[in-house]
Design a binder for this molecule. Structure first.
Ligand code: BG6
Length: 509
């Protein structure tokens, strides 16, 4: 019997209509890269697809003085390079850019906010945005508390129905700073006004993880300790520092990628089915996973059994010779910042007890690929004496070649029993034949319609920091050596040892 749409929690009709009310998005830190490369292109793409409210405007705010016109010109170049609809007729940009304004000011000065208020009132009149505001904090994070305080002082956060705050990463630099920031945020706003961004949650394939798990009946019964031997999560990048030494020297791979993006992937893989597909139910389940999650260093608690940290030396990016991390501009010559990490986790609950979860991520690796692989247990009895079957693997590819594949053994044609692993493959591109929207498109639209499901809640972000805290501490105390790997490789050899100690190997991707 077919189930009706109303019965299916993942097909909530209000989500497909996405009706967003009139609003002005105020971007703090508007002269930064994110605005030009991601935010404005995403808004423009939404506009081209008629998903923006018809009464919509953007106000960019930064320190440097700039006319509205000059600001629009800057953003136009970004749209040409980064928007999906880069071939839209020029009229589209003309219309869209009429709703973009610029305001310069010192973020610490109350006058800046008074003037902003006046500008917003004028925008409301001209564009019909009805006093509704989305404040996007994309400055350097040390300004977050200042902006929040000033917005509150100026009375701009009072009404949770009409004002929302979007906060870019990094949300804190450790558990204590994240707690302090949460305290600040929640002293001036209600949690339901707050949207902490993790762009991985906006990726189509990441969201599809939920559909894959909970929209199909055949996988869920296998998704546990009875059938799986272990899980591997890989996010491998080929890019290096990309001129971000100022930020990255301080952050390193653990804060840049693991505490946020990889933790989110892990949560979606390991969470229990939520009772509904809404912000509270989904986030409750993710928090439960984080609470049960711990580094698995074995009985002696030796951190080097669960953590490998690495840093790239010079090598290759494709056919290009590239410098080592310490030779990158503005990096200390003796920097110990990690650009690679491999970790072994355990989830202490009924579903996952005894199933190790391995994470690895790094920069300047051989290939750009993100994948979650669930490896099944060996067959209980080997029936074909000369042939040892390799375990089944269900691989969820997140990027670049989005899809799902299932590896199983097949008989090679011929008179003898000979086995060979083969893949059953599903590819997004060929199945749907359409371009997938960028993560920021989805996330910005969700903020406008007031859907927090794909944003991290205060307790969630703190739990994720709690999980990585022992690693940070171990590194500070130098309890895990820094292994150097060649740019263009798969990372340090120690990383192979980390997984091989349990009789497994990293997948060759
Ligand atoms: C960002 C990190 O959050 O994510 C970058 O700061 C990283 O260092 C990027 O390169 C990876 O995102 P994506 O979408 O390219 O996988």
């Amino acid at each position: 019997m077919m189930r009706s749409l109303a019965e299916n929690p993942l097909r909530d009709s209000s989500r497909s209509e996405r009706g967003a009310a009139p609003v002005v998005m105020v971007i703090f830190g508007a002269s930064g890269d994110l605005t030009a490369r991601k935010l404005i292109p995403a808004l423009f793409d939404l506009g081209c697809e008629r998903r923006l409210p018809s009464q919509f405007a953007v106000v960019g705010l930064s320190r440097s003085p700039l006319s509205h016109e000059a600001f629009r010109e800057r953003l136009k170049a970004g749209v040409h390079s980064f928007a999906r609809h880069d071939d839209a007729p020029p009229q589209m940009w003309e219309n869209f850019s009429k709703g973009i304004f610029y305001h310069s000011g010192d973020l610490k000065d109350p006058q800046t906010y008074e003037k902003l208020k006046a500008l917003l009132a004028q925008v409301d009149k001209e564009r019909g945005t009805a006093g509704r505001r989305l404040f996007y904090l994309s400055t350097s994070p040390n300004y977050f508390p200042i902006i929040l305080e000033q917005l509150s002082q100026a009375g701009m956060l009072e009404d949770p129905e009409t004002s929302k705050v979007i906060i870019e990463k990094p949300f804190g630099t450790d558990l204590e700073t994240a707690q302090a920031l949460n305290q600040k945020v929640l002293s001036v706003a209600k949690e339901r006004q707050v949207y902490r961004i993790d762009h991985y949650l906006g990726k189509e394939t990441v969201q599809n993880l939920l559909v894959f798990r909970f929209g199909n009946a055949i996988f869920e019964p296998l998704w546990n300790r009875n059938h799986l031997s272990h899980i591997q999560i890989t996010v491998s990048e080929t890019v290096g520092l990309e001129g971000r030494a100022g930020y990255y020297e301080e952050a390193g791979v653990l804060k840049d990628m693991v505490q946020n993006h990889l933790m989110q992937l892990l949560c979606l893989v390991c969470m229990e089915p939520p009772v509904a597909f809404d912000a509270k139910s989904v986030r409750d389940e993710k928090v439960k996973v984080l609470k049960a999650l711990r580094l698995d260093s074995g009985v002696g608690g030796d951190l080097s059994r669960s953590v490998v940290r690495g840093q790239y030396a010079s090598g290759w990016a494709g056919s290009l010779r590239v410098p080592g991390y310490r030779e990158e501009p503005d990096v200390q010559v003796d920097s110990s910042t990690a650009t690679y990490v491999a970790l072994k986790f355990a989830v202490d609950n009924w579903r996952w007890k005894g199933v190790p979860i391995y994470l690895r991520t790094g920069k300047r690796l051989t290939k750009r690929v993100s994948e979650i692989a669930l490896q099944f247990k060996d067959v209980p009895q080997q029936l074909f004496p000369d042939e040892a079957p390799s375990p089944n693997v269900l691989a969820l590819r997140i990027q670049p070649d989005q899809g799902v594949s299932l590896r199983f053994e097949a008989k090679r044609p011929g008179p003898k029993i000979q086995m060979q692993p083969v893949n059953m493959d599903f590819r997004y591109g060929s199945a749907f034949g359409m371009e997938t929207p960028e993560a920021y498109e989805r996330l910005l639209l969700d903020c406008m319609v007031g859907d927090q499901t794909l944003f991290t809640r205060a307790d969630e972000v703190e739990e994720a920091w709690r999980v990585v805290a022992p690693v940070l501490q171990g590194w500070e105390e130098n309890r895990v050596p820094l292994s150097i790997y060649q740019a263009g490789s798969w990372g340090p050899e120690e990383s192979d040892r980390l997984i091989q100690q349990d009789g497994f190997r990293w997948r060759r991707l």
